[in-house]
Design a binder for this molecule. Sequence first.
Ligand SMILES: NC(=O)c1ccc[n+]([C@@H]2O[C@H](COP(=O)([O-])OP(=O)(O)OC[C@H]3O[C@@H](n4cnc5c(N)ncnc54)[C@H](OP(=O)(O)O)[C@@H]3O)[C@@H](O)[C@H]2O)c1
Length: 282
Amino acid sequence: MTKQSNILVIGGTGKTGRKVVELLKNQNQNVRIGSRNESPSFNWDDPNSWQKALEGMDKVYIVYYPDLAVPGAFESIQGLIEIAKKTGVKKAVLLSGKGEKEAERCEQVVANSGLDYTLVRASWFNQNFSESFFLDPILAGHIALPMPNARIPFVDTGDIAEVVVEALMNETHNGKTYEITDPNALTFEEAVNIIADSTGRDLKYQAVLQEEYNTMMKAAGVPADYIWLFDYLFREVLGNPNNHVITSDVEKVLGRKATDFKVYTMKTAKTGVWHQSIPQSV
Ligand SMILES: NC(=O)c1ccc[n+]([C@@H]2O[C@H](COP(=O)([O-])OP(=O)(O)OC[C@H]3O[C@@H](n4cnc5c(N)ncnc54)[C@H](OP(=O)(O)O)[C@@H]3O)[C@@H](O)[C@H]2O)c1
């Protein structure tokens, strides 16, 4: 039987974190959800909240928000790791972005901390189409995005969560870095067409220039720092062909193939999320 640990899941209400929480609970682990709405609360913007959330924990899954590439992320990860060491945490698993050069400084803080650690670099999530910024355009039936030629090996958050839990629970993953992707790399147009097939909806992809996309975000009231982040993620991550590479790390860690994008779309279509009425803001 697996030994019971106390595990803080930062971002435990988010796309990967809530699946990590569920899987750990299924394994009888003591889980504390790191969220602004829990008690003790955890807020990246309030370093005073970090110690209480870490106290009594053996392990921590770190999901930084909004992204390890943003200014201030490095200092926050440094601060968190210092407190984690003082409070007796033994292991940290960090969620990072595949191909995000800027995030590597944060990864190094964890890798050089003296704690046991695993780095999980994920490609863009499938669930961005159903739980995040691509959902509204899908509901509107018109998806205008830059980087039409980028081949993106999207990854399912269920696969990420399983890899994270395996890394948290099994010491053979200590010191390892995993880069996790889907078995296929798709352009935005191909991804949209697969969603159209799975839902029976008429969805149109339109290629736009990055500058046009930034202007659209500004007009929609997206804050300037988020426009900077999206610009970085599109140009630096999707614009770099090295990041279009498919990996076999899901299979290496889980002993099974990564979830195909089509499997994700078929499953998600059944939930009805892509058939909701169009929100007012669109
Ligand atoms: N989305 C992708 O395609 C992708 C790809 C690779 C890597 N990543 C990485 O995954 C991480 C999460 O990204 P995501 O956009 O997908 O978000 P997410 O994990 O789905 O959700 C946001 C989570 O962050 C928490 N959160 C938001 N603001 C917070 C704050 N100030 N303090 C503490 N917690 C806060 C929310 O908790 P509460 O609201 O409950 O407080 C929620 O649990 C980022 O580091 C990103 O770089 C994302």
